[in-house]
Design a protein around this ligand. Structure first.
Ligand code: NAP
Length: 254
């Protein structure tokens, strides 16, 4: 897909680490200008430096996606800098891991997880879509998860949050299809990122089971998600909207 995103102004949240960073670099390789956003300023600035090192262009915008004022200001900063928003990758999320079962899950962790993973994606859509309506179209990708397609023991609330992202994605696709705004979700399986390192820390049994949990026999790489997101953002996917695309080494095919 050489230059499949030439001159597209693209916003990426959670761009300071893992899947968001890898995707920012792949989108930049495809010619997009990247508004790198993250709650972690150091990580975000590192991603922006890497984009510039490869000859790309962009800016860093600090934002906590669970805060409405931050999200409104984040989208506003992109419009002020570039005058439009062609693509958005709403990727920021947390694992909120709790070792126990659903009935033991702490209420404050539940609230924080839902605030970031669900409200955060909704807030991004809420402020991105009006800009895309004004300019006559756009492409949005949300990060859900394989855990947004099937249940997940010990990750019940995370799984619920990602099912909600799939619901937001499909509903938004329906509501804005006639406005030339495509909305899709990518559903990663087990991907080698700092989040996955935190999930397996101290859980040797879980780490050892990864090859069997993911039939392809290995973890995925952030780049393997990035390539799917780049395609979904590109005009090559012009008929694709409302899709929750599993990129999971057959995890959800079982
Ligand atoms: P990651 O390496 O932890 O990266 C997530 C980034 O998002 C971090 O820079 C993090 O900053 C930032 N972030 C956290 N809360 C935020 C907030 N409120 N506002 C803005 N940014 C925030 O994780 P990842 O594995 O790349 O995950 C990216 C997305 O993929 C998440 O939505 C995750 O649920 C999803 N996912 C991951 C996997 C996997 O196996 N890795 C599988 C399925 C889905 P801090 O580091 O400061 O918190």
């Amino acid at each position: 897909m050489p230059d499949s995103l030439n001159d597209k102004i693209t916003l990426v949240t959670g761009a300071g680490s893992g899947i968001g960073r890898a995707t920012s670099l792949v989108l930049a390789r495809e010619g997009a200008t990247i508004a790198v956003s993250d709650i972690d300023a150091d990580g975000g600035e590192e991603t922006l430096s890497a984009i510039k090192d490869m000859g790309g262009d962009g800016m860093f915008v600090h934002a906590d996606v669970s805060r409405p004022a931050d999200v409104e200001a984040m989208v506003g900063a992109v419009i002020q800098a570039y005058g439009r928003l062609d693509c958005a990758y709403n990727n920021a999320g947390i694992e909120g891991y709790w070792g126990g079962r659903l009935h033991e899950y702490p209420e404050d962790t539940f609230d924080r997880l839902i605030d970031i993973n669900v409200k955060g994606v909704w807030l991004c859509l809420k402020y991105e879509i009006p800009e895309m309506l004004k300019q006559g179209g756009g492409a949005i990708v949300n990060t859900a998860s394989a855990a947004g397609l099937v249940g997940s023991r010990r990750l019940s609330v995370y799984s619920a949050s990602k099912h909600a992202v799939v619901g937001l994605t499909k509903s938004a696709a329906l509501e804005y299809a006639a406005d030339n705004i495509r909305v899709n979700a990518v559903c990663p399986g087990i991907i080698d990122t700092p989040m996955m390192d935190r999930l397996v820390e101290g859980r040797d049994d879980y780490a050892a089971a990864i090859p069997t949990r993911q039939p392809i026999g290995r973890k995925g790489t952030p780049n393997e998600i990035a390539e799917a997101v780049a395609w979904l953002c590109s005009d090559a996917a012009s008929l694709v909207t409302g899709l929750a695309m599993a990129v999971d080494g057959a995890f959800t095919a079982q």
